[in-house]
Design a protein around this ligand. Structure first.
Ligand code: FE2
Length: 557
């Protein structure tokens, strides 16, 4: 039973599942090399779809179900689908956006039942000609004001072994002509803050991650005494449309004021996510919660959920943003005659592997002068060489196995460095990533040593939760300890990633430090590298000192 999940729109991609095993998945940006590729192109992710079937060694004819989702209108893709796949358009099925988020996280958690909480900017819409209308018969698009649509903002589902249902839904109104009635969503509020405070005109972007980094510099007293922006009502919340009031605050030229306003957005986001987590615990009877939607890439609010006792077990998906939609669609396609599939804990490395021969071919085709490669036959020798480079404060591009799903690199497409050196952190920020100085780097830690270093007792293999670094370690690992003494660690186990675990272990043997600085393998504004060719180019252009692809080491001559 093979299902292909497809998303259309920004961060679009495809995922293939066979008999409950996730075989392969990719985001279109990794192939087109344009970040978040797909928004308002009204094109199916053809490259991702082909990548999936080709990597699995099958053809589109072998796929039993094709499921897609999109938040964009118009949402009719039958003709394109037929011309890409050669399969009759009648076999292409649509599912709503929030339900796809829900399937993506529940079936990656391994839980038998759970409350599933979906929070993002906006999901599927009730509007004339929207395919989502059929899923929500109680909402009549003809009753809406002209130019106004209803969009999914927050949904809570009740998932059990053999059934699922929607237990709560918050809709918001969107419009094409400036209608400003009603409140906005959690994601729209946080995005408004990002646009206000961390807009980057060089590539016309406003990243939520930057706002989160900035918020760490906020003055606690200012944040705690600032009046509420969102209103928590009897049985709902109201999120005003527009910016947090900042009259008389000179935030554009004064860094501290800017950080303070960022702190307000962060505080309000945390209040909202805790409100909805509590709501999930009220409307669903389960000890488990799974979350998805872009709002759950916010590691500081995830920490609060993790610390709360509203649920015993919590699951956060690495592709919580819309890059996870095809995974949810593919899981939905695993329903056979009404019987739900069985999921298991997700290994995030959904990309295909590349052979040494492919890497060597790409090396020669790159035609870059003054670089050389060496193949290490013995893995221990390679570990010894690479860990020594790290000890000597060299920056290493680490390329192994299949690429990660979602925005975080988790040890297969990572740039690695010595966390004890503040100099290396500055080098990566200024030379490679060209990032703002206030954005922190995160560590990958050997799971067996994690409790010695971090406050929170939580297995966090996807780098999605922030916590305090223990006092005795703060001075030892300045490269991955943020201004507020926090860190967003990745737990690394042999079981999840054996090669990465062996490298951190080799570094630990030499230094007594069981962790490495880990940032995604890409230069500024680029998607994470996918192929050896991408990695070789990025290594060269971005002044990375050493590149490791499988057991091949590439250096400058
Ligand atoms: Fe979403």
């Amino acid at each position: 039973m093979i299902s292909l999940g497809i998303s259309v729109g920004h961060d679009m991609g495809a995922v293939l599942i066979k008999d409950g095993e996730v075989l392969v998945g990719i985001s279109e940006e990794r192939i087109t090399r344009v970040k978040s590729y797909g928004g308002y192109q009204h094109q199916m992710p053809e490259k991702s779809m082909r990548y999936c079937v080709e990597s699995a060694g099958i053809s589109f004819d072998d796929v039993d179900r094709f499921i897609y989702s999109t938040t964009e209108l118009p949402d009719e893709y039958g003709e394109q689908f037929e011309s890409i796949t050669g399969v009759n358009r009648g076999r292409l099925e649509f599912m709503p956006h929030h339900l796809a988020h829900a399937f993506s996280t529940f079936y990656s958690s391994g839980f038998e039942d759970a409350a599933v909480l979906v929070v993002d900017a906006s999901g599927s819409e009730i509007a004339p000609d929207s395919k989502a209308n059929a899923w929500f018969p109680q909402k009549d698009p003809n009753e809406l004001q002209e130019n106004v649509r209803l969009a999914e903002a927050v949904t809570i589902y009740n998932f059990k072994k053999d059934s699922y249902e929607e237990s709560y839904k918050k809709w918001i109104k969107l419009s094409t002509d400036g209608y400003k009635g009603g409140g906005v969503s959690v994601g729209i509020m946080y995005g408004t803050g990002a646009l206000q405070l961390v807009y980057d005109p060089s590539n016309n972007s406003w990243q939520s991650g930057k706002l989160m980094g900035l918020a760490s510099y906020a003055d606690r007293e200012f944040v705690d005494s600032f009046p509420d922006f969102i209103e928590i009502l009897e049985n709902d919340v109201f999120i005003p449309n527009g910016q947090v009031p900042s009259d008389g605050i000179n935030y554009l030229s004064d860094f501290q004021s800017r950080a303070n306003i960022a702190g307000i957005y962060q505080r309000e986001q945390e209040r909202l996510l805790m409100y909805f987590t509590k709501k999930a615990s009220e409307v669903v009877d389960s000890q488990n919660i799974c979350v998805a939607g872009g709002s759950f890439l916010n590691c500081n609010s995830n920490e609060l959920i993790e610390k709360s006792d509203l649920f015993e077990n919590k699951y956060y998906l690495p592709s919580s943003d819309d890059s996870g939609i095809p995974l949810g669609c593919a899981w939905f396609g695993q329903i056979v005659e009404g019987n739900l599939p069985t999921g298991k804990y997700l290994k995030p490395y959904l990309g295909r592997e590349y052979s040494n021969q492919e890497a060597i071919n790409d090396f020669f085709e790159s035609d870059i002068p003054d670089i050389q490669f060496q193949e290490f036959v013995n893995w221990e020798n390679l570990l010894d060489y690479v860990s020594q480079c790290l000890v000597e404060n060299k920056v290493v591009g680490w390329f192994q196995g299949g690429s990660e799903t979602g925005p975080r690199a988790l040890g297969n497409r990572s740039i690695l460095a010595n966390p004890s050196s503040p100099w290396v952190e500055r080098y990566i920020n200024s030379e490679i990533k060209n990032r703002e100085w206030y954005r922190p780097f995160a560590p990958s830690v050997l799971e067996e040593h994690r409790k010695e270093i971090f406050d929170l007792d939580c297995f966090s293999p996807y780098m999605l939760i922030t916590t305090k670094v223990k006092e005795e370690w703060r001075g030892k690992i300045p490269g991955v300890t943020h201004i507020d003494h926090t860190s967003r660690y990745q737990s690394v186990t042999k079981e999840m990633n054996e090669r990465y675990h062996s490298l951190i272990s080799a570094f630990y043997e030499k230094t007594g430090i069981p962790l490495l600085l880990n940032t995604s393998f890409n230069g500024k504004g680029e998607p994470i590298v996918e192929s050896p060719a991408d990695a070789i180019k990025s290594f060269y252009v971005n002044n990375i000192h050493v590149l490791v692809i499988n057991n091949i080491v590439i250096t400058r001559r």
